[in-house]
Design a protein around this ligand. Structure first.
Ligand code: 5GP
Ligand code: MG
Length: 179
């Protein structure tokens, strides 16, 4: 496992994103919508760094299963319960990879007529994009590596790690082949 971003680098980046967002949402009460499960640690830190009135809700979508490749098919496992009509919605994502998940979700949100709809992602892998997605607040850009830690898992493992790491291909393979 290779360290990509330390806890200190993540903390600084979250502060930086929060100050951009705070500036853009002055006098507003945005609805932060986190995509479970990967974004919950990031959203929790971002929300506290924002330190302004806001609401939070979560959705759970799935396109991954237990592999490391997006299937391109998105399923809604837990939909959004908060009404979004007329709200300033900020979608909070851990990683934008192929873009399938986010573009599917943004289309379904847009149909519900929010006042505004923006995206904040901690990590972006532009080299992997299949579907274009507009990202308004971007933390780190990463190359084509599989990342874990800071809430982000591989087959439910490694979420607890406080920093962000790249999982080597051999580590994925050895995990898969272990009993
Ligand atoms: P997309 O639909 O953009 O291909 O993938 C979106 C989701 O796939 C991300 O929100 C994340 O949950 C998962 N994903 C994409 N890349 C990675 C990665 O490098 N590591 C992990 N653990 N999940 C990833
Ligand atoms: Mg995600």
């Amino acid at each position: 496992m290779r360290l990509l971003f330390s806890t200190e680098e993540i903390r600084e980046k979250v502060e930086d994103l929060a100050s951009q967002i705070r500036g853009d949402y002055q006098g507003k009460k945005p609805l932060l919508v986190g995509l479970l499960k990967g974004s919950f640690v990031f959203l929790a830190d971002l929300m506290r760094a924002l330190d302004q009135p806001l609401e939070v809700d979560f959705v759970r979508l799935s396109s991954y299963g237990h592999g490391t490749e997006s299937s391109g098919r998105v399923r809604v496992l837990h939909g959004l319960k908060t009404p979004v009509r007329g709200r300033d919605v900020l979608v909070v994502e851990d990683i934008v990879d192929t873009g399938h998940t986010l573009s599917y979700f943004l289309e379904s949100l847009a149909r519900r007529r929010p006042a505004s709809l923006r995206v904040c992602t901690l990590l972006d892998k532009p080299c992997r994009r299949c579907v274009p997605v507009t990202i308004h607040y971007r933390g780190f850009t990463v190359e084509d590596v599989f990342v874990v830690g800071y809430g982000i898992d591989w087959a439910e493992e490694f979420r607890y790690l406080p920093a962000i790491y790249a999982l080597e291909k051999a580590e994925c393979a050895s995990k898969t082949s272990s009993p």
